[in-house]
Design a binder for this molecule. Structure first.
Ligand code: UDP
Ligand code: MG
Length: 139
């Protein structure tokens, strides 16, 4: 397995519900390293650039309203097989379909308000990490 980087967000629902600590603990328990972390408030413009592949979809307006409603925590994670490892920890997009014990099952409440984000491929991980982090912020 190769050491990879992936991009993670603790979404506004989970930050507001004070689940950030439990989510960060789960990341550390998994063996992934948090090599970059910051709290931010996304704007509609930043959100459109980040979710460019979804801007034309029917759910985009709701997604943007949600992702800009409050602060988020942005992270770059590093480790063996980090992209898949973080997606597995999160669980399926819809918390109703997510595995028991996964973060979206525990902390998500609907397909939209699903607590966390994770990159889905090496290409998206590279784009998403560099969209929010300068290399000097990754240590
Ligand atoms: N989403 C939504 N309705 C849908 C599908 C997705 O509100 O029918 C939201 C949800 O917050 C999801 C995000 O849009 O996490 C991005 O969707 P994607 O299909 O990329 O899912 P993910 O990669 O986050 O599992
Ligand atoms: Mg996705």
């Amino acid at each position: 397995m190769a050491i990879e980087r992936t991009f993670a967000i603790i979404k506004p629902d989970a930050v507001a519900s004070r689940f950030s600590g439990q989510i960060i603990q789960a990341i550390e328990d998994s063996g992934l390293q948090i090599i970059g972390l910051k709290r931010a408030r996304l704007t509609p413009g930043i959100c459109k650039g980040f979710y460019h592949e979804h801007v034309s979809k029917g759910f985009y307006a709701e997604l943007e309203a949600f992702m800009t409603e409050g602060p988020v925590i942005l992270m770059c994670l590093s480790g063996d097989d980090a992209i898949k490892k973080w997606r597995d920890l999160m669980g399926a997009t819809n918390p109703a379909n997510a595995q028991n014990g996964s973060l979206r099952k525990k902390f998500g409440t609907s397909i939209g308000r699903n607590a966390t984000h994770g990159s889905d491929s090496p290409t998206s991980a590279a784009f998403e990490v560099s969209y929010f982090f300068d290399s000097s912020e990754l240590n």
